[in-house]
Design a binder for this molecule. Structure first.
Ligand code: NAP
Length: 463
């Protein structure tokens, strides 16, 4: 593993970074723990000012922050600016709400003899965040805004292809006024990560990434008896019922599958369309995908970004080949993508049978799997026939009925008539192989706190 900025559009290696020295890890742990000992006592208003300041800086310096995203992982510049804005919104959300979300709760005990019982929520200590490259800032904001607001301190291990984004966020928090040591980025090796997890001062780990990384880190955390949350992959269903507005639905389908170069955990990766309108849908969807324009992610006319790296491109090409070897049909769509840069030709996979292992994979790029469902019940069956359970959507003109169908889809988030709403004030997380735990809102801020009971009992009460 080596930390480097390689522009996925040009293929140029722009900057490399040495791995952290062991002494740097030792110092980061010492400082994070000593910062925790005072930060846990900082008032909500002190913490809130720092979170608000981080939001203000991001908004003020939106373009330079966004530029780094586009350079390091190839995100369209317009999407990069939206990510910076979203990250700012998350900081602001917790600046405003943390105190209320962590307010002590009086317990409605059955008898006064049980005492005056209340739950108080206290920070746990130093946490480790392991984050992926696909939303380099948003993923960090999703964990540090709530956890710093709760009084925890954090060490970050970011993906090795976004080292400058990681450093930019460390600087952001310093500039926002966060005490030294409370948030530190480390270009850590695998063995250093294991060491951090085993340090007694570290109380938990939040990982966002692949199932493979999740399984390793969750196992290491379990062995060290540390709490973990896992935000892993997904293969979200995009269910299309017979009564849809086809034009608008197709527009959302094309967007839902291809924003961020198709590299979103909640991308609409499986289009499941009822028989009555399947043929019309696939024609229009193919035409919509063919209109995408691959190119320079800084060019406002570009609508399809390159993949994040050459390695990611090789990986997805190999997955397509394997899908075809097992009987699927792969149809390449649209004008030829540029030969330089990590571009994948948008591809539609059909005839992905139940005995084709690819049916159950996550394709992290512009590859759409299309399924013809006999009827609505069959569409729900196909949607739930997945090892993943992250997000998903249902398109229908009858929104009340859409809600009923949404209840039948077994994932952490389902949207009616939208591919996915990623917002500061909506929770995020999944079930099954998509992981466990939730981020954002009160659910996220309460993942790494001690839910402590304090009960004041009459000394004369019976046992
Ligand atoms: P990844 O390869 O699992 O990497 C994620 C992070 O884990 C990186 O920082 C990576 O570091 C680190 N890592 C990987 N193996 C590790 C190990 N054995 N020990 C310690 N750290 C390890 O995932 P990715 O390719 O960056 O991201 C794509 C995946 O993330 C997709 O499956 C996507 O669906 C999922 N994702 C999920 C969510 C969600 O909220 N549910 C959000 C975004 C993405 P290195 O870069 O150094 O390998």
């Amino acid at each position: 593993m080596s930390y480097a900025t390689t522009n996925p559009y040009t293929g140029e290696v722009l900057k490399t970074f040495p791995n952290a020295a062991d002494s740097e890890v030792t110092e980061a742990l010492d400082k994070a723990h000593s910062a925790f000992l005072s930060w846990r006592n900082a008032s909500f208003s002190t913490r809130s000012k720092i979170m608000q300041s981080a939001a203000d800086i991001l908004r003020r310096e939106l373009e330079p922050y966004a530029k780094l995203l586009t350079i390091e992982m190839g995100k369209l510049f317009s999407e990069a600016k939206a990510e910076v804005q979203l990250s700012a919104n998350i900081f602001e959300y917790y600046a405003r709400k943390a105190e209320v979300l962590l307010a002590p709760e009086k317990l409605p005990v059955a008898s006064p003899l049980e005492g005056e019982a209340e739950l108080v929520l206290e920070p746990l200590g130093v946490l480790l965040a392991v984050e992926p490259w696909n939303f380099p800032y948003y993923q960090i904001a999703r964990i540090i805004a709530p956890q710093l607001s709760a009084g925890n301190t954090i060490l970050l291990k970011h993906a090795s292809n976004v080292p400058q984004c990681a450093a930019a966020f460390e600087k952001l928090m310093r500039d926002a006024g966060l005490p030294d040591g409370a948030f530190k980025n480390l270009y850590a090796t695998r063995s250093q990560i294991e060491r951090i997890l085993n340090d007694p001062r570290v109380q938990g780990v939040a990982l966002t990434g692949s199932e493979e990384a999740g399984a390793v880190i969750a196992a290491e955390a379990a062995k060290a008896l540390k709490k973990s949350t896992m935000e892993l992959g997904g293969a979200d269903a995009f269910v299309v019922l017979a009564d849809v507005d086809l034009e608008k639905t197709v527009k959302w389908a094309v967007f839902g599958r291809h924003w961020n170069g198709g590299q979103v955990c909640v991308s609409s990766k499986r289009m499941i369309v009822v028989d009555e309108i399947y043929d019309q849908f696939i024609d229009r969807y193919s035409a919509g995908v063919a209109e995408l324009r691959a190119g320079d992610p800084f060019d406002p006319k570009t609508t399809l970004a390159p993949l994040s790296s050459k390695g990611a491109l090789d990986d997805i090409r190999s997955k397509i080949e394997q899908a075809v070897a097992h009987g699927a049909t792969a149809t390449e769509v649209g004008p030829k993508v540029p030969a330089t840069g990590a571009f994948l030709q948008p591809t539609i996979l059909t005839n992905v049978a139940e005995d084709n292992p690819a049916r159950y994979w996550e394709f992290f790029g512009p590859v759409s799997m299309l399924f013809r469902a006999k009827d609505e019940e069959d569409a729900v069956r196909i949607a739930n026939d997945s090892p993943y359970g992250l997000g998903g959507s249902v398109f229908t003109s009858n929104t009340q009925h859409g809600k009923e169908v949404a209840r039948k889809i077994s994932t952490g988030m389902v949207f009616v008539n939208h591919p996915t709403m990623v917002k500061a004030d909506l929770p995020f997380g999944g079930v099954r192989r998509s992981g466990y735990g939730r981020e954002l809102l009160g659910l996220g801020i309460r993942e790494f706190v001690n839910h402590k009971l304090i009960d004041v009992v009459d000394i004369n009460a019976a046992f």
